[in-house]
Ligand binder design. Structure first.
Ligand SMILES: C[S@@+](CC[C@H](N)C(=O)[O-])C[C@H]1O[C@@H](n2cnc3c(N)ncnc32)[C@H](O)[C@@H]1O
Ligand code: SF4
Ligand code: SF4
Length: 475
């Protein structure tokens, strides 16, 4: 496969032209249809070739609650260096969810989320510290369920119970023990890799579908791809999530060199393809380009998710700590529904717009506020309460790509780590598809067959398609 980086230019309001040597790729910015041809065939015959693209209309589907994240306890037996729970202010800090609130969560889930094959996320703190609440909630909801855990409290008996109830288990592991132990310590400062790795194995042995969530930081980001490969080789998880560190007030290492991170994500795309792996977050970009589906938003906190804290109050995002009573669930769902790249003039004309979705809104807003010295609470409020009146009047390309190397973009306010990754992956994936299919217009069915590993997790996870950090449920 050629590694030659090409040139990316907007051709008109809707089409991007990628050039690499004597080859041209033309991609519709919204529908993601793609045409590959020789430069000599394209130049001078552009209108004829553009007539091969099917007509396309963009209509935003109504959002609906599809994910409920239950914070079963804010307590934890670990104190990981980057943890948002202990580095940021939290609703119901230190509290554990009572059985009364657990029952309210089950009712909320069954009434509002489950219709449509909803997703239940068991979260914390360390959710296994509230085993009684966890089992009671799972028994009442019976849906697609994912448990995030540090693994230390997973006995064979508990793991068997989770397997019997089809709970997908995600264990947080940041690398091999020497790397993992740098950030993931317990409350006494002891290393945790032994307990955590044993917990992962216990879940596997019990028959759980078991993934790994890895958070990037100074301990592993300088050799991100090697770290991911080592974890895959040692533990063979059913899925792997390589997660950007969220902004955390008392943890200064959440900002990263965005171009290096973007290049690493391209390398992870190649690794996942070569190994036939479901690897998050790469999969979130690939599937939209493969299936030619416009991505409106990246995270379910943009209108699809309810987070319930131990005291029963709600938010749309685990990191946005302004909560409301359970009776105001509708208001919570709507809070960030208009914070979309397509509504932002700075993103119009961006060649990666249709695979982007803006990443983590919390991170973009937090980095921006932090750089400007503004209060965080104000910054996390919505900046739009309605879509712009003329959002569908496609403007000429405005994105200059000259933003700083860290934080949030000055002009559009989205997390630059995510923005740069969208741009780099878009170009890399377009040429990967050309390398696979050659000249012509590959069909969605052909693309799906070749990029199958990015579309869904193993059969055992019952068709569950969840990103491990900012999950979105696919239509
Ligand atoms: C808050 S923990 C709760 C569940 C459990 N205690 C665990 O560690 O898996 C949920 C996930 O968030 C991740 N996490 C914690 N702090 C983070 C941060 N600043 N940025 C990104 N992910 C973070 C953890 O590594 C874990 O995978
Ligand atoms: S185990 Fe989870 S909740 Fe506990 S400190 Fe680590 S990341 Fe935070
Ligand atoms: S955030 Fe960046 S990659 Fe995403 S649409 Fe906007 S300019 Fe493009």
């Amino acid at each position: 496969m050629s590694e030659i980086r090409g040139e990316v230019r907007a051709f008109d309001r809707f089409h991007t032209v990628y050039r690499r040597g004597d080859d041209v790729a033309v991609v519709h910015q919204l529908s993601l249809q793609k045409l590959f041809l020789k430069r000599a065939d394209w130049e001078g015959h552009e209108a004829t070739h553009l007539s091969r693209f099917r007509p396309f209309d963009l209509v935003k589907p109504a959002t609906r609650p599809r994910v409920l994240q239950a914070v079963l306890t804010q307590a934890c037996n670990y104190r990981c260096g980057y943890c948002t729970v202990f580095n940021n202010e939290q609703p119901a800090a230190g509290q554990t969810m009572s059985m009364e609130v657990v029952d309210q969560v089950a009712t909320l889930f069954n009434d509002t989320v489950r219709a449509g094959n909803g997703l239940l996320i068991l979260h914390g703190g360390e959710p296994l510290l509230n085993w009684k609440g966890l089992t009671r909630l799972v028994e009442q909801t019976c849906s697609n369920t994912v448990l995030f855990t540090n693994g230390s409290l997973l006995s064979p008996e508990k793991a068997r119970w989770l397997a019997a109830h089809d709970v997908n288990v995600i264990v947080s592991i940041d690398g091999l023990p020497d790397v993992h132990d740098q950030q993931r310590r317990d409350t006494a400062g002891n290393t945790t890799s032994e307990r955590t790795f044993a917990g992962f194995q216990t879940a596997r042995d019990a028959g759980c579908v078991t993934g790994i969530s890895l958070v990037l930081g100074p301990h592993n980001r300088h050799r991100l791809v090697d770290t991911a490969a080592e974890v895959l080789d040692r533990l063979s998880p059913d899925s792997l999530g390589v997660n950007l560190p969220h902004y955390a007030e008392n943890y200064s290492s959440c900002e990263m060199d965005v171009d290096r991170y973007a290049a690493d994500m391209v390398a992870l795309f190649r690794l996942a393809k070569a190994r036939n792996l479901y690897l998050y977050p790469v999969t979130k970009y690939v599937k939209h380009l493969v299936q030619e589906r416009f991505k409106w938003f990246d995270c379910s906190a943009m209108g699809e998710k309810l987070v319930v804290f131990p005291n029963g109050t709600l938010s749309n995002c685990i990191n946005r700590t302004e909560t409301v009573p359970a009776s105001e669930a509708g208001q919570v769902l709507d809070v960030w529904q208009h914070e979309l790249p397509i509504y932002d003039p700075a993103c119009r004309g961006c060649h990666a717009l249709a695979i982007c979705g803006g990443g983590c809104i919390y991170d973009g807003k937090s980095f921006k506020a932090s750089a400007a010295g503004e209060p965080m609470g104000d910054a996390l409020r919505p900046s739009r309460s309605a879509p712009p009146a003329a959002w569908d009047q496609w403007a000429p390309p405005a994105f200059a790509g000259t933003e700083p190397a860290r934080g949030a973009c000055d002009s559009h306010g989205f997390d630059l780590r995510f923005c740069r990754t969208s741009l780099a992956l878009m170009e890399a994936m377009v040429w990967d598809m050309f390398d696979e299919f050659g000249y012509g217009m590959p069909t969605v069915a052909e693309l799906e067959a070749r990029y199958q590993c990015f579309l869904s997790q193993p059969a055992g996870s019952r068709g569950l398609r969840i990103g491990i950090g900012h999950e979105t449920m696919d239509a």
